[in-house]
Ligand binder design. Structure first.
Ligand SMILES: *[C@@H]1O[C@H](CO)[C@@H](O)[C@H](O)[C@H]1NC(C)=O
Ligand SMILES: *[C@@H]1O[C@H](CO)[C@@H](O)[C@H](O)[C@H]1NC(C)=O
Ligand SMILES: *[C@@H]1O[C@H](CO)[C@@H](O)[C@H](O)[C@H]1NC(C)=O
Ligand SMILES: *[C@@H]1O[C@H](CO)[C@@H](O)[C@H](O)[C@H]1NC(C)=O
Length: 418
């Protein structure tokens, strides 16, 4: 090497190296190194005590306004961030946004410690994400709704932990979520979204702690998750269509439910719903459709396929007269009900704690084209099981217990939806 070349390299390193450093420093002080926005750089403490909501909102503003696509909001490992009820609002500039939750996010521990902002008159959720498209949340971290102090309060209007409203292409995966005051996750007015590899848990006795609630949404896939709570593992409510649920381990809890639909005389619909390859263990219900007397609308094109039941109280249930004993329900007009049709229960097998594991309880308008095939449910205590049914029309093929009110047929079900 020539002396002058060595000299040139020397000059370059003196001039360039410190400049690299200063570039790093200036970019991290503007919180934007490599399109990644760490909440700690925005002043979040992560000590589980101090309210970090303001820092999260500042970081969110940078992410939502980012000029480069696919920015990442980082919630780092090894820290616990306490958030008051908070709302992340879109629409955002980027068409894709990542939230990497590697640490833990917790709600205030005591119910008196929750501080609602003045513009939040609904007080219905701890963390709300609204009108954001292309949001991806993952990272293996945890949401902890600190629900224990709420569960004992009967007259409280308990909030949902995570509420997604108006989302599209949402992707929630690889997250833990515990102890919500009410439902853990609510998906409302969303489309084309995927929820996978979640672990949701709350004590069996905790009230209304559904795992995932879906309403007014379409094209949603929920897969590969374990849900252990005090209420429905998954509830698919009014306005839902093209919903797939697969490879879910549910229990304890109340099972996977379509509805309830038609409460207080409402018109509601649910259709094109597939629940496949799921296991229920020690749940009160398994595969369930529930609608209120006096409502209208329909639940149709629904299939529960390849379901294993382990000590479930009522594994297969359609209830078109949900809570008929309820005083308010008794007052509604008797002749109205949500229409239930084109429902298939295929390959549902395992054990039940009851002697009545298949209950098809329809109202006067009846349930039509209800097809059961490959049902094999025995009782945990060895007692003989039976099916009960009322006002139901359909086919039963290879069913234990036999379902006498359905016509039996030895070939495949006739549901067009299959
Ligand atoms: C999804 O929802 C958004 C917002 O409501 C809507 O603009 C869009 O058309 C929907 N996409 C489909 C395919 O339904
Ligand atoms: C649901 O499953 C059906 C049949 O496998 C498939 O055609 C459809 O694309 C799936 N939808 C979603 C949202 O996963
Ligand atoms: C359900 O149980 C079967 C048999 O034990 C197992 O092979 C399958 O992986 C389980 N699936 C889920 C989602 O737990
Ligand atoms: C299935 O059963 C129905 C009604 O009994 C009959 O019409 C149809 O031909 C059968 N299909 C086959 C493939 O056996």
């Amino acid at each position: 090497m020539m002396k002058s070349q060595i000299f040139a390299i020397f000059i370059v390193s003196i001039v360039v190296l410190p400049c690299c450093l200063c570039a790093r420093i200036s970019s991290s002080s503007s919180h934007a190194s490599f399109n990644s926005f760490n909440v700690v750089d925005y002043g979040a403490h992560g000590n589980s005590q101090i309210d970090d909501s303001k820092a999260f909102l500042k970081a969110w503003k940078s992410v939502c306004d980012a000029s480069q696509n696919a920015p990442t909001l980082v919630i780092p490992k090894g820290k616990t961030f306490m958030l008051q009820p908070i709302s992340f609002q879109g629409p955002c500039k980027p068409t894709k946004i990542n939230i990497k939750l590697e640490g833990t996010v917790i709600a205030p521990k005591k119910l008196e410690g929750w501080k609602w902002s003045s513009d939040d008159d609904e007080k219905d959720a701890w963390i709300t994400f609204s009108n954001i498209r292309g949001l991806v949340i993952n990272g293996g971290g945890q949401f902890d709704g600190q629900g224990a102090s709420w569960w004992g309060c009967e007259k409280c209007n308990r909030p949902t932990a995570l509420r997604f409203h108006g989302c599209g292409n949402l992707d929630l995966n690889s997250l833990n979520h515990i102890n919500s005051p009410r439902s853990h996750i609510s998906i409302n007015q969303c489309n084309h979204s995927k929820i996978s590899n979640l672990r949701i848990s709350a004590p069996k006795e905790s009230p209304n702690t559904d795992g995932i609630d879906i309403s007014a949404s379409s094209n949603i896939l929920i897969t590969g998750s374990t849900i252990t709570t005090g209420d429905d593992c998954i509830a698919i409510n009014g306005g839902s269509s093209f919903i797939n649920v697969s490879s879910i381990y549910c229990g304890p809890g109340h099972g996977i439910s379509i509805g309830s639909l038609g409460k207080n005389g409402a018109y509601e619909t649910a259709q094109e719903i597939r629940v496949q390859n799921c296991n229920f263990s020690r749940t009160t219900n398994g595969a369930r459709i529930k609608t209120w007397k006096g409502g209208s609308g329909y639940a149709k094109n629904i299939i529960f396929d390849n379901i294993i039941m382990d000590a479930v109280d009522i594994p297969v249930i359609i209830d078109q007269q949900y809570k008929t004993d309820d005083i308010k329900v008794k007052k509604v007009k008797d002749d109205k009900a949500v229409k239930v049709s084109d429902v298939t229960f295929l390959k549902v097998r395992g054990t039940s704690t009851s002697e009545d594991p298949v209950q098809l309880n329809c109202d006067a308008i009846g349930c039509t084209n209800i097809n059961l095939e490959g049902i094999d449910i025995t009782s945990t205590n060895g007692e003989k099981t039976r099916a009960s049914c009322k006002n139901v029309q359909g086919i039963c093929s290879s069913c234990t217990p036999n379902v006498p009110c359905l016509s039996s047929q030895n070939n495949l079900t006739t549901n067009k939806f299959l």
